[in-house]
Design a binder for this molecule. Structure first.
Ligand SMILES: C[S@@+](CC[C@H](N)C(=O)[O-])C[C@H]1O[C@@H](n2cnc3c(N)ncnc32)[C@H](O)[C@@H]1O
Length: 234
C-alpha cells in the first residue's frame, strides 16, 4: 500500500507522549489541500517531506497510514460534503479514520456526534492536529478495534479505503452484514477499485453511488490511481 516506505514499517518501537508525537507529525508532514476535498486542510506526507521515498529504517513508528489521504477516503469526504443530508443531525462512525478527513467532512456537514476510530495511536494525534487546522472542535477519537462490536448504534458508518487486504475485508464484510441487519445504518464505502473490494462487485448488497476523478496533479501521492468511488452497503 505504501510502495516507498511500506512493509518495513510494521513495527512500533514505543508510543511516546502526545507532545512528542505532535512534534514528530508536524516536523514530517505538511498542510495540503490539493485533493478531492480542498475545503479540508490536512497534514500529510508528500513528496516534499523528509521521509517520502526513503528507506523505512529511520521512521520510528508503524506504517504512517494516517499521513496519507487515501483515494477511498477522498471520494467519501467529497460525497458527504456535496450531500450533507447524509450526515446532518446523524451519529457517524468513521472506521479506520486515518488522517480524519471523512470524520471532519461529517462534522462540516452537520453530524451531531462523530467518532473517528483508528487503532493507530498516531492517527489519533494526527486527527487532533487536523481538527485544529480546520478550526473545528477536537473530534472524539477511539483507538480500540470496533470491528465485530454491536453495542453502539450508529446512523452512518464511513469506511474509506478499508478493504485493503483479505483479512480485514472478510472481517468487515461479516461484521457489516450483521450490523446492518441489527441496527440498519447507512453504510458508505469509499474505494478506488482495490482487488479485495472489487471481488464483491456484482453482489446484491453493494450499490455504486458515484465516481470521482482524482486530481491529476496528485498522481504520485495516489500511487497512480486516477479515480475513486462511493458505494452503499444495502
Ligand atoms: C488505508 S488507511 C485509510 C484511512 C482513511 N480512511 C482514508 O481513507 O484516508 C486504513 C486505516 O485503517 C486503520 N485500521 C486498520 N485496522 C483497523 C481496525 N481494525 N479498526 C480501526 N482502524 C483500523 C489503519 O490504522 C489506517 O489508518
Amino acid at each position: 500500500m505504501l510502495p516507498s516506505i511500506g512493509r518495513c514499517l510494521s513495527r512500533r518501537l514505543r508510543t511516546p507522549p502526545a507532545p512528542e508525537l505532535r512534534a514528530f507529525i508536524v516536523r514530517n508532514t505538511e498542510p495540503v489541500s490539493e485533493h478531492l476535498s480542498p475545503e479540508i486542510s490536512l497534514r500529510l506526507l508528500t513528496p516534499r517531506c523528509p521521509f517520502w521515498g526513503r528507506a523505512a529504517q529511520p521512521w520510528p513508528f508503524g506504517d504512517p497510514y494516517w499521513a496519507i489521504y487515501w483515494p477511498g477516503g477522498q471520494a467519501l469526504s467529497r460525497y458527504i460534503l456535496d450531500n450533507p443530508a447524509v450526515t446532518t443531525a446523524k451519529r457517524v462512525l468513521d472506521l479506520g479514520s486515518g488522517c480524519g478527513a471523512s470524520a471532519i467532512a461529517a462534522v462540516m456537514s452537520g453530524a451531531t456526534d462523530v467518532l473517528a476510530n483508528d487503532i493507530d495511536p498516531l492517527a489519533a494525534v494526527a486527527i487532533g492536529i487536523n481538527c485544529e487546522l480546520n478550526k473545528i472542535p477536537p473530534l472524539r477519537v477511539a483507538t480500540e478495534n470496533l470491528i465485530g462490536k454491536m453495542e453502539e448504534k450508529w446512523d452512518v458508518i464511513l469506511l474509506g479505503d478499508m478493504f485493503y487486504d483479505e483479512e480485514i475485508a472478510t472481517d468487515l464484510h461479516n461484521w457489516l452484514t450483521k450490523y446492518k441487519r441489527f441496527h440498519g445504518p447507512e453504510i458508505l464505502i469509499g474505494d478506488p477499485g482495490r482487488a479485495e473490494f472489487t471481488k464483491y462487485l456484482g453482489q446484491d448488497w453493494l450499490k455504486k453511488v458515484t465516481e470521482y476523478e482524482l486530481p491529476a496533479s496528485t498522481k504520485e501521492e495516489n500511487y497512480g490511481l486516477t479515480s475513486s468511488s462511493v458505494w452503499r452497503f444495502l
